[in-house]
Every structure is written in C-alpha cells, then in structure tokens.
Design a protein around this ligand. Structure first.
Ligand SMILES: [Zn+2]
Length: 112
C-alpha cells in the first residue's frame, strides 16, 4: 500500500522547512548570550522577546514531532488511523492537516 508516497514526500519537505525555522529560532536564543543590558527597560524588552522565542520554539518543536510521527506511521502502515481510537481519520481532515494523528472526535475530546 503506497498510496501515501505523495503525502510522505510532502511531509518530508514540511519537516525540512520546520527544522530550518526551528534552527533560525534557536539561533536567536543563542544571541541572548550577549551580555545583559543593565537598563531595566531594555531588560524587559529582552525578556519579552525571549518568551516569544520560547513559545515559537516549543510550537515548532511540537510540529516537528508531529510530522516525524506521521512519516513514521506511513512507514509502518498505520497512517490514516487515529492514534487514540484506531478508527480511520476522515481523508478530508488528512488533506488539510496531513500530520494530524487523531480523528476529529478524539481531537474534540482533547480540547476539553
Ligand atoms: Zn479517534
């Protein structure tokens, strides 16, 4: 069953893009090694920036993990099945979110 060859290459491309983005974000964090300014106002701005960077970094890292898992599921033949309930995921949902692991019902449940 190699119906997912195209999806897989899409995911591989997406993964490369996300990893590049992640490196850019973490590069910014390394810049935070510059000596801290003693100006309080500036420090506050630096802090805010690093929080944004943290958030983006975590968000991107989660996405990377999701995409990696999706590729793994394709390789193992589990792709298209919900990782929680094992039911097939709506193909329309997979088209929009190719790296999603859960069906709409489980995703709704997790939201609460
Ligand atoms: Zn499910």
């Amino acid at each position: 069953m190699d119906n997912y060859t195209e999806v897989r290459s899409q995911l591989v491309a997406l993964l490369a893009e996300l990893e590049q983005r992640f490196h850019k974000i973490t590069d910014n964090i390394t810049h935070a090694n510059e000596p801290l300014s003693h100006d309080f106002e500036e420090q506050a701005t630096e802090l805010e920036n690093s929080e944004v960077v943290d958030f983006l970094g975590n968000f991107t890292r989660d996405e990377i993990a999701q995409v990696r898992q999706a590729i793994k599921r394709i390789d193992e033949g589990d792709y298209g099945m919900c990782v929680e309930c094992g039911e097939p995921v709506n193909p329309e949902r997979l088209k929009i979110l190719p790296f999603i692991g859960t069906c709409i019902h489980c995703a709704e449940k997790n939201k609460r």
